[in-house]
Design a binder for this molecule. Structure first.
Ligand code: DX5
Ligand code: ZN
Length: 214
């Protein structure tokens, strides 16, 4: 299991210190949650903050854009050196074109589905994606409760991946912790995002190891 801790739950007054332990940890990627106050009812951080974090972080960046018109910012995400550029299915119309734009910028394309969007929405584009992120809470806030129906969506996505010959990784975001991680592993998830379960833990690397080993 890969783990992508979400910076949203970090201490923003001490980002350099957070990145120091993070770079020594067992984390695989760093998950960056970009919110615009329009697509989701919250605002997180923007590119100046992420540029500083990108300079400090020694792990691949997994950028989750919770914004309208995400394509406007793909070049900025590429400038960060991000590995994955992840936009919401619900925030776009021309998904196929946006996926190509991300590839042309040298990044790996990923699409996120809100809890109310069915997995079947991806049936035509799954082979073009390197990752699908299933939200297991409604996007916009950390520390929310895991929506159990996500487990069935993971199984449905595993089946659709097989049917379409896709190799997309399955990533889950929201309410991931030591209790929900084993259920997600069993359902077939490949990557788990965890914010509060990691950054608010007394020993964050212990929390990372527990979730990874679930
Ligand atoms: C929510 C974000 C998540 C958030 C997860 O909209 O996409 O990445 O940081 O936080 P936890 O792990 O606390 O649910
Ligand atoms: Zn996220």
């Amino acid at each position: 299991m890969l783990i992508s801790p979400s910076l949203l739950a970090a201490d923003f007054g001490n980002l350099e210190r957070e990145m120091q332990w993070f770079n020594q940890s067992d984390a695989d990627w760093l998950h960056l949650d970009v919110m615009d106050g329009v697509f989701v009812p919250n605002i997180s951080f923007g590119f100046p903050v992420m540029q500083s974090v990108a300079r400090l972080c020694q792990r691949p960046l997994d950028v989750h854009l919770m914004i309208v018109e995400p394509q406007k910012f793909f070049p900025e995400v590429a400038k960060l050196g991000a590995k994955f550029c992840n936009f919401h299915f619900e925030a776009a119309v021309h998904h196929h074109r946006l996926i190509q734009q991300i590839r042309d910028l040298g990044m790996q394309p990923a699409i996120t589905l809100c809890p109310s969007t069915p997995v079947s929405a991806l049936s035509e584009i799954l082979p073009d994606l390197d990752m699908v992120l299933l939200m297991s809470v409604n996007p916009g806030f950390g520390g929310q409760k895991f929506i159990p129906r996500t487990l069935d969506k993971v199984r449905e996505l595993v089946a659709l991946r097989e049917q379409t010959g896709s190799h997309a990784l399955i990533e889950i975001d929201g309410g991931v912790n030591a209790t929900t991680a084993p259920l997600l592993t069993e359902a077939g998830a490949d990557v788990l995002v965890a914010g509060s379960a990691v950054f608010a833990a007394p020993d964050p690397n212990e929390a990372i190891r527990t979730i990874k080993g679930a």
